[in-house]
Design a binder for this molecule. Structure first.
Ligand code: ADP
Length: 175
């Protein structure tokens, strides 16, 4: 493998596209507290994984905001799904930033504890229906990804639209 002297291989990268298509050990779902499926990326993941995913989710009582739960990926190319629940944006004074950090950290903790998850892909948690401002949410995503990059071989920020891709590229100019 070619490696430039003094240049560590990049762990964090940006991919624009559908997270359900990614061949990684685990994809992250921006779920809701019920873990019973929903719209946005949650709906896309459940559709692609098949009904077995909902059946496994139903064995969990739910997932409080900021926590995370691991399931199998079923028909997805990813072997696992780590479901986390980001905060609904109010006006920024309801602890949203800390809850979003907690959601990212909970995912990394589950992935690290699992022992067989080396590559994982995140959607931009809370930036859809939950209304979190894109720049601020991406800043937190990158902050927590950097905090954890030593423990993983590949961390993907998977974005669905050009606006979000631009936000991440500004934060990760080399990615
Ligand atoms: P939340 O309820 O946490 O806001 P959403 O699913 O509404 O979750 O949106 C989170 C982010 O996921 C948004 O930026 C949205 O554009 C993006 N998204 C939606 N579908 C997909 C998908 N299939 N792959 C990757 N990202 C997606």
């Amino acid at each position: 493998m070619l490696r430039r002297a003094g240049c560590a291989p990049r762990v964090i990268e940006i991919i624009r596209g559908d997270i359900t298509k990614l061949q990684v050990d685990a994809i992250v779902n921006a779920a809701n507290e019920s873990l019973r499926g929903g719209g946005g990326v949650d709906g896309a993941i459940h559709r692609a994984a098949g009904p077995e995913l909902l059946a496994e989710c139903k064995r969990h009582p739910g997932c409080p905001t900021g926590d995370a739960v691991l399931t199998l990926g079923y028909r997805l190319p990813a072997r696992y799904v780590i479901h986390t629940v980001g905060p609904v944006w109010g006006d920024g004074s309801f602890g949203e930033a800390e809850l979003l950090r907690k959601a990212y950290r909970s995912v990394f903790r589950i992935a690290a504890d699992h022992g067989d998850i080396h590559t994982l892909a995140f959607p931009a948690i809370s930036t859809g229906v939950y209304g979190y401002p894109k720049d601020a949410a991406a800043g937190i995503a990158v902050e927590i990804m950097r905090e954890n990059e030593a423990g993983f071989s590949r961390i993907i920020a998977c974005v669905f639209d050009d606006a979000m891709a631009t936000v991440y590229r500004d934060l990760l100019p080399r990615a």
